[in-house]
Design a protein around this ligand. Sequence first.
Ligand code: HBI
Length: 354
Amino acid sequence: MRIAFASTPVGPLGSGVGGGVELTLEILANGLKKLGHSIEIFAPSGSVLAGFAVNQIDGTLQTPTQDADRGEPISIAKGSVLENIWDKIWREQDKFDVVLNFAYDALPMRLTGLFRARVVHLVSMASLTDAMDGVIVETSIRYKAAIAMHSRAQAESFSGLSPDVRIVGSGVALDNYQFNGSVDGALGFVGRVSAEKGVEDAVAIAERTGLPLKIWGLLQDNDHLQRAKSRYPRASVSHEGFVTSAQLGRVLGQCRALLVTSKWVEAFGNVVIEALACGVPVIAYRRGGPAEIVVDGQTGFTVEPDNLTQMAEAVRRIGRIKRADCRAHVTSNYSSESFARKVENWLLEALAAI
Ligand code: HBI
């Protein structure tokens, strides 16, 4: 298939502003290319993706939807990069069989039936605003096989969603992640440092257990981190910076456990399979995608959401988990190859569903 990738309009690929979507897009570009498909990428100017020529599109970046209130209407800025991306894909659409949209935005979904090429959407987050819920649910009902999501928990967050929506999971390039069998490292936290990722709870656990906490990720909300540190002054916390997935794969293995304390419903939780691939067991709140990935008692523990006591207790028991089991679970369920094949099947079904 000849596939156009329409990237997220919140920031250039490689900047980290796109969060998990940047990794997902990279995994699928490489995975689908390996399956013999041709990929062309359209993304905001300044985007970088090793091995791919990216159509650099100018324009005003879209405000991230997770910053909006639930009742907020859809907004689009003057000279929007989102409009410019889709205008260019519209003009070049006869070069493609499929347009795979990675943006969590209304415009691409409203265009689904108006292209000669087949437009489909990989939804990257759970329910955030009533306006976007409406667009996503309507698109899932009106266009067969047009929507895919990463986890059941994510799909369940959209009431009225068509049961036809594909659940495709996610995947990581295993070679990027170095297994490490050592069990006595620091606690790890990976993700955009922000309120929705719940970094404050991870700092609280560092204080309760007396274990050092290492944080990797874009320092999106430094005030939030500073407030957490002053609330838990005895916690030993170090921000290790924002790293690429390849760099993360070399350092994450040093951790005793990864803490996943998301306050929102994570669509999937790529950081969970990245940690498991390095042999690091995961302790997660029973909320969203991460709770579907962690096999309680085998690759880590899941605890009652926001329950710091249970999370600290799970940290104390984490030595029971065999780190080799963590890596094996990812190898058999979340490789980039198996993820790319699931998405390939979805795209082929979408093409057949015209
Ligand atoms: N917000 N409007 C909008 N569009 C996106 O594509 C988008 C977003 N917020 C966050 C985001 N994408 C990604 O960081 C997450 O999907 C991972």
